[in-house]
Design a protein around this ligand. Structure first.
Ligand SMILES: [Zn+2]
Length: 144
């Protein structure tokens, strides 16, 4: 993989984005967890559900083999208008976010090959609608 120099944050906004990259318990994610928990659902948080696949999943429903990701619009390249490329170091950001997207697709494929269903939720989505999507998937999914 080509190594592109990590840019020095050129503004407070870029610094904030960099510091958010590894943040796990984002506001949209905790809001979704609260809603699902309140409706009686139980799940694991931030686990690697498939042995040998070193990919962490945000919410895991092991009995139903359902994996749920809550993706940040910036880092995962949301196709909506939420995505805005920083003007400086544009090429670095583009390759970084494209790499994230490729990795997401690869993660989905590997989980699906292992018999899992994957739901990805954008952080901009309405949390109650997102919770409905998860509940609907759990209802459809037969126990194994
Ligand atoms: Zn978005």
């Amino acid at each position: 993989m080509a190594v592109v120099q990590r840019p020095i944050p050129s503004s407070a906004e870029v610094s904030a984005r960099l510091s958010r990259q590894r943040q796990r318990d984002t506001a949209p994610e905790t809001a979704l967890r609260r809603l699902l928990h309140a409706s009686g659902l139980r799940y694991f948080v931030h686990v690697k559900p498939v042995a040998g696949l070193g990919r962490e999943v945000d919410l895991v429903f092991p009995g139903k083999r359902l994996a749920v990701f809550v993706d940040g619009c910036f880092w995962h390249g949301c196709p909506d208008r939420h995505r805005s490329w920083p003007a400086s170091n544009a090429e670095w950001w583009r390759s970084k976010i494209n790499a994230n997207r490729s990795r997401d697709l690869d993660t989905d494929q590997r989980l699906e090959m292992a018999g899992w269903r994957v739901i990805r939720i954008w952080e901009h989505e309405d949390v109650s609608i997102a919770a409905k999507r998860v509940r609907a998937a759990l209802t459809r999914r037969t126990n194994t």
